[in-house]
Design a protein around this ligand. Sequence first.
Ligand SMILES: Nc1nc2c(ncn2[C@@H]2O[C@H](COP(=O)(O)OP(=O)(O)O)[C@@H](O)[C@H]2O)c(=O)[nH]1
Ligand SMILES: [Mg+2]
Length: 445
Amino acid sequence: MLERISDKFSQITREISGKSRINEKNVRDAVEEIKLALLEADVHVRVVRRFVNRTLEEATGEAVLKAVQPGQQFIKIVHDRLVQLLGDERQELELKGPDAVSVLLLVGLQGSGKTTTAAKLGARLQQQNDRRPLLVAADLVRPAAVDQLVTLGGQLGVPVYHEQGASEPLKVVKAALKEAKKQQYNTVIVDTAGRLQVDEPLMNEIAALSKLCDPQETLLVADSMGGQSAVEVAKAFNERITLSGAILSKFDSDARGGAAFSLKTVTGVPIKFIGTGEKATDLEPFYPERIASRILGMGDVVSLVEKAQDTINEQEALDLQEKLKSEQFTLQDYLEQFARLRKMGPVSSVLEMIPGMQGQIDPDAIDEGAIKREEAIIQSMTFEERYNHRIIGPSRRKRIARGSGSSVYEVNRLLKRFDKMRSMMRKATKNKKYQQAMLSQMQKG
Ligand SMILES: Nc1nc2c(ncn2[C@@H]2O[C@H](COP(=O)(O)OP(=O)(O)O)[C@@H](O)[C@H]2O)c(=O)[nH]1
Ligand SMILES: [Mg+2]
């Protein structure tokens, strides 16, 4: 699945993420390589051009080039752009509630995987408590098509409505809808006939079927390996009968991903599922995010960058540094650091990331309980006190101790330590080399 395009992209990301500094030329070179990779993957040329322009626009800005980890920032931009090409959010099926009948009309060329996909969808929906699917054999062109669906349905335990020897799909579908009402099937999946290419008789038949059954979902099943021709097919269908989504079959055999990358942008039709094999379970929801990460060979990089961004973004890091330098680092900041950093793991590993702390602390000596008590103490202070702990007099210390379930001794000790730590940090931040190390440490997460 996507081996070729993944290889290319992983190579590009490896190269650029290894650089500690990048300039505009590095970015342009990388984007050029990406462009070639996309074209080679059979992505629509207009889509590629747009991708290139937007990525360059975003990635050559100061914010990226001057970032602490510019390579990773760049990759993040590419990643987000790819996600956008693939359609952003995961698109669910939009069906009526369980008390009404929802129809899914599957359309596409011959051999694109409609019948297989109909069965897979049936099996999938049957797993849901609120769905009672009925498959409908409305491909009456190929003699074996009805039998194929009946066999698949039988294997999966999904009922199939079919009429032996029927020749009019409209009649069959009409009868199937009646049957669904009667038997309380609420999800009717109609398998239709394909042609070798898009032609008038096919379109007419599909349009008539669509009119008859007023489908909630009209899903194009397209062979992923077709690349741009799959996109052309989608366009043709969508012009005649509005498609609500596409299912890319045979995604498992598609090394390039051209269809996946162009379809949404060119036609506006979202990809809802991918077929990933011949078995009934080989149907997966289409997650743009996961595909993009897979292609970049960076599942973990993205989540790491996001984690680090979530934890502390660069602006915050710089603000913090400024505060440290000017002695405006307050107990509130200290508290926020703990809260933020705790999200990332055990306190002991996280403390190493606090400015000025690296190498100053023996991680084994850290008592997590003590840190929780410190947090409680700070939380018992007013905001004013957190911003300027020097105003905390003896009676307030007593109150704070009581409020946090600690002793006055512990409150005093915290305040003393905080003063000491702050002056230590201030010294550290005046050292340029140290600053750099700190920032990169913080960004790395
Ligand atoms: N590897 C793979 N094969 C598939 C997939 N979907 C369908 N096929 C195969 O493609 C062929 C044509 O499928 P079929 O459902 O009969 O296409 P239809 O003519 O559109 O109904 C069959 O041999 C299927 O097993 C898929 O996601 N992966
Ligand atoms: Mg078929």
